[in-house]
Unconditional design. Structure first.
Length: 178
């Protein structure tokens, strides 16, 4: 709030990611900041998981991001399994069915696109999870690559609660495998 009072319309954290810089530059000056407005109005619905049960795997190599995703979705009543890279994600999907895989695009060992291609190639149709890309590279050409690799949707990083919940709401009922 103090930042807004000072006339600053955006703030970035180092190291600055290109997508975050682009987003802040694309935002009209003096326009309301969606992230602040969103955080002020976010309603945590702890029963969402009861109404919309989903088995969720988060493939994310950054420990802080893993904790954020687990905490955020935990507030909606979800339990989230974790994979630290694309190889672990593919192994996890082989071991048990998941309705949704939140797939970081840039990971060591095997990136999110490669992991998605492997899952799509290996899993039978009834075991195909709904894969949501999580990326700071949400430019149109990158989105096309993610969708063409077999990902179903994407959310921009940093992950915002409303955007992630909206993506989960877009999972078709017919796509739920558990």
């Amino acid at each position: 709030r103090e930042v807004a009072k000072a006339g600053i319309s955006a703030n970035l954290y180092k190291p600055v990611k290109p997508a975050a810089l682009y987003e802040s530059l694309a935002q009209p000056v003096n326009a309301p900041r969606t992230a602040s407005a969103e955080s002020a109005t976010t309603k945590w619905d702890a029963t969402m998981a009861e109404r919309r049960p989903l088995r969720i795997l988060a493939a994310e190599d950054n420990l802080v991001n893993q904790k954020v995703i687990q905490t955020l979705l935990g507030r909606y009543g979800y339990r989230v399994d974790l994979a630290g890279d694309g190889l672990q994600a593919v192994e996890a999907v082989r071991r048990q069915p998941y309705d949704v895989v939140l797939m970081d695009v840039q990971m060591p060992e095997m990136d999110g696109v490669e992991a998605t291609l492997a899952i799509r190639a290996e899993m039978p149709p009834e075991r195909q999870p709904y894969i949501i890309a999580m990326t700071a590279n949400a430019f149109d050409d990158q989105r096309r690559i993610y969708l063409e690799s077999g990902m179903n949707d994407y959310v921009s990083k940093p992950v915002r609660p409303a955007m992630l919940v909206a993506a989960l709401d877009r999972v078709p009922e017919t796509h739920v495998v558990t």
